[in-house]
Design a protein around this ligand. Structure first.
Ligand code: NDP
Length: 370
């Protein structure tokens, strides 16, 4: 069998073909396929330079994982949080790990391998137990999760694999779940999947929704890490946060944000989902009654903008709220939604949901390998 087919067995749609098995042997070196040649190249960590802006005065790239801007100082890349307003490097702990080296697209140090050697090593490691993880949802083809988790597994030096699986309902989930050590659950099964678990942990129980199910002996345990994942992306303390939307992500995020000392307000287009928040002393508004007040951060936790160009609130009202706010966050990722475009138009800071995705993945990893 061709080496590429073997690699494909483990990794569904990675940016480059990473051979995690060789990585074990070769002390953090990746197998990279480049045309017909296989390279081993040095790596250091989870972040990498995605692209470089050739027209800029100095080398500017973007982080493959969090999407933020990167700048190069000498041979090292740093997230833009490492710089002051004049782009002087002030905090070198924000150095990004990149295996692309001095120029994106080219491995830093390479060593050609012969295909037979690679096959032999693969065969040796095929015998080891590889932990299997998956994302269950519908649709999932656009998901970044396999790429993120497979990279985190490499970082952790773990023999594990993560795939995205389109499933067709709770029966399908129940049939397939035993093929995996743990699975993440996404739209539209977060609520219904609570029916197949034996126990729910605290946040899953109070919100009646799970985004992770893990086997514990013969039992299936349901977790919800969306709230912790989101809360970890709020950099400042004591923020006044307006969440638009009242679905499962808003519920668990509001509870965790409140526990972490933020003031949380929820606005939703319909009443039914708002009832939940009253029990937790969280202020709620119906969209049509939303007053114009000052919030530090406004978050879109609705589906508006995901597959359409809708705004989650009436435009005029949203503009007045944005003018008074400092920052907008949309949980939808890899896209400048109409919601984020309004923050840009009014000169406000904004970010999409990629940081939440990564932060939640890091929380999930703790449970995967507990
Ligand atoms: P739910 O289906 O549980 O809830 C959706 C909420 O959005 C409901 O309150 C619904 O209102 C509201 N809503 C839906 N469409 C519109 C619209 N067109 N205008 C105004 N309100 C609307 O979804 P989730 O809570 O699971 O997810 C919410 C969003 O967060 C999704 O876009 C999802 O992709 C994203 N997400 C991103 C994550 C990440 O890692 N970046 C993680 C988790 C979620 P009503 O109650 O009236 O039906």
């Amino acid at each position: 069998m061709e080496i590429n087919d073997k690699l494909e067995q483990y990794y569904s749609k990675d940016l480059i073909k990473i051979n995690i098995l060789l990585n074990k042997i070769d002390n953090l070196k990746y197998e990279v396929e480049h045309g017909d040649t296989h390279f081993l190249c040095d790596i250091s960590g989870v972040c990498e330079v995605e692209k470089v802006d050739d027209d800029a005065d100095c080398d500017i790239g973007s982080c493959f994982f969090c999407g933020t801007e990167l700048r190069r100082v000498n041979d090292d890349w740093y997230h833009n949080t490492a710089f002051d307003d004049n782009y002087h490097l002030i905090d070198s702990s924000y150095q990004t790990h990149n295996y692309m080296g001095s120029k994106a697209g080219q491995p830093r140090s390479v060593e050609e391998r012969n295909l037979e050697d690679v096959e032999d090593e693969l065969n040796k490691y095929n015998k080891l137990k590889i932990k299997q993880f998956a994302l269950f949802g519908n649709p999932v083809s656009h998901s970044e999760s396999p790429r993120i988790y497979n990279r985190l597994f490499v970082e952790k030096e773990s023999l594990s694999s993560y795939v995205a699986k389109e499933v067709n309902g709770i029966r399908d989930i129940a049939n397939q779940i035993n093929n995996f050590d743990a699975v993440n659950i996404t739209y539209p099964f977060k609520e219904v999947a609570t029916n197949i678990v034996d126990d729910l942990t605290y946040y899953a129980e109070v919100t009646s929704s799970v985004n992770l199910i893990k086997k514990d002996g013969r039992k299936l345990i349901g977790y919800n890490t969306d709230g912790i994942g989101f809360s970890n992306t709020i950099d400042k303390l004591n923020q006044r946060i307006l969440i638009i939307g009242a679905g499962s992500t808003a519920k668990v995020s509001a509870i965790v944000l409140k526990e972490n000392g933020h003031s949380v307000y929820i606005v939703n287009r319909s009443q039914k989902n708002l009832e939940f928040f009253k029990e937790y002393g969280i202020h709620t508004f119906l969209s049509k009654n939303m007053p114009i007040e000052k919030f530090d951060i406004i978050v879109n936790m609705t589906n508006a903008g995901l597959e359409d160009n809708e705004l989650p609130l009436e435009k005029e009202k949203l503009i007045e709220l944005i003018k008074l706010s400092s920052k907008g966050i949309d949980l939808i990722y890899n896209k400048k939604t109409p919601f984020l475009a309004l923050f840009e138009e009014y000169g406000k800071e904004y970010e999409d949901g990629k940081r939440m995705l990564l932060s939640q993945a890091i929380e999930n990893m703790k449970i995967f390998f507990k």
